[in-house]
Design a protein around this ligand. Structure first.
Ligand SMILES: [Zn+2]
Length: 355
């Protein structure tokens, strides 16, 4: 993983390169001062061109206005004060916030993670089928019993995160009164493992977890959505459901809505994706060997699922959607925690932080 470059780093470079004084002394012979050396140390002419190109690209982002003067023009003079900003972007702040919220639960979660990993490796050994199968089965049973035991406190952790939500009953009522579920969607839901009651429960839980960051007015309809079990059209705020719908799908699609409804969450998720992206985009099919994703591009990384690295043209991501999806039940929660703690904390921070 490469060292993530924050917008502030680029801005700091631009402040240096566009200064008329720095440009002038850069042309002087080294014997006349350190100007030329300084210029070279900052990257020279190539650094000037490169940071200019990146700054223009960043300027096109929705938060471009905010990035104009992160430290004011006195960056060089204030570099110690501003240096703090250089190393911590918004995504890092949310990761820290998530970790903070989670501190009281870490020990129990670590125990669950240990038992979960032991169960996984016991399943792998069983699958490989090397050795005494009966003994392996016995080990698997033991590992499963242990993992089930340590999963119980995780269920309590989920409950307590929901109970600590700042959402009031009135807010929940008003969210639900603006929710429109078409008759077709209701019929489709009945055929799925998640009926209308289960669907409403999942919506309420995700709304509580998000601390009310989801804005009202959501329509739920059913339509041909190909192989997907659910989908969301953010422009019309319509969630499409299929008869394969489950709790994780509802959480996933609401994760997309959360990105849409909170620009800061969206920025943080995009920053997180870029911070993880140290190589070029590749096709999802090429990376996973699974056909059918020909036009989908991803940034490969050690994500919980390669799909998390998916790249959209409009800076939407699969970071919050896949993150929230893992909060649908305690098993998935431990799975994300075990595979990618940073992603877990970022999601929790995005849900919990007062943005
Ligand atoms: Zn998605």
């Amino acid at each position: 993983m490469g060292y993530p470059i924050e917008p502030h780093d680029i801005q700091a470079l631009r402040v240096f390169f566009i200064s008329p004084k720095n440009r002038k002394v850069a042309k002087q012979p080294p014997s006349e001062g350190f100007g030329a050396v300084m210029w070279l140390m900052m990257g020279g002419d190539v650094g000037d061109l490169w940071s200019g190109a990146i700054a223009r690209e960043l300027g096109r982002r929705s938060d471009g206005a905010r990035m104009d003067k992160p430290c004011g023009n006195g960056f060089i003079a204030n570099k110690f004060k501003c240096g703090k900003n250089l190393s911590s972007g918004l995504h890092q702040k949310l990761i820290d916030a998530g970790q903070n919220v989670f501190k009281p639960y870490e020990k129990k979660m670590d125990a669950a993670q240990r038992d979960y990993k032991a169960l996984e490796s016991s399943i792998d050994r069983l699958k490989a089928g090397n050795g005494d199968i009966e003994a392996l089965k016995e080990q698997w049973k033991e590992a499963k019993a242990k993992a089930t035991q340590s999963m119980m406190p995780v269920e309590k952790i989920r409950d307590s995160l929901m109970r600590k939500s700042a959402v009031t009953e009135e807010e929940i009522d008003s969210f639900f009164s603006s929710l429109r579920i078409t008759r077709n969607a209701k019929t489709t839901m009945k055929e799925s493992e998640l009926d209308e009651v289960g669907f409403s429960e999942a919506i309420e839980e995700a709304y509580r977890l998000s601390n009310g960051k989801l804005r009202p007015n959501l329509k739920v309809d059913s339509d041909d959505i190909g192989l997907a079990s659910a989908a969301i059209d953010l422009r019309s705020r319509t969630m499409y459901v299929s008869d394969r719908l489950n709790r994780e799908d509802v959480y996933h699609e609401l994760g997309h809505l959360l990105e849409e409804d909170s620009p800061k969450v969206k920025d943080a998720a995009y920053e997180f994706l870029l911070a993880r992206a140290d190589s070029n985009k590749v096709s999802l099919s090429q990376f996973t060997g699974v056909k059918g994703h020909k036009n989908e591009k991803i940034y490969p990384d050690k994500f919980v699922d390669p799909y998390v690295g998916k790249v959209y043209s409009n800076k939407e991501t699969e970071i919050i959607s896949v993150g929230l999806q893992h909060f649908a039940d305690s098993n998935s929660m431990v799975h994300l925690y075990a595979k990618d703690k940073e992603h877990f904390y970022l999601t929790l921070g995005a849900l919990n932080a007062n943005l």
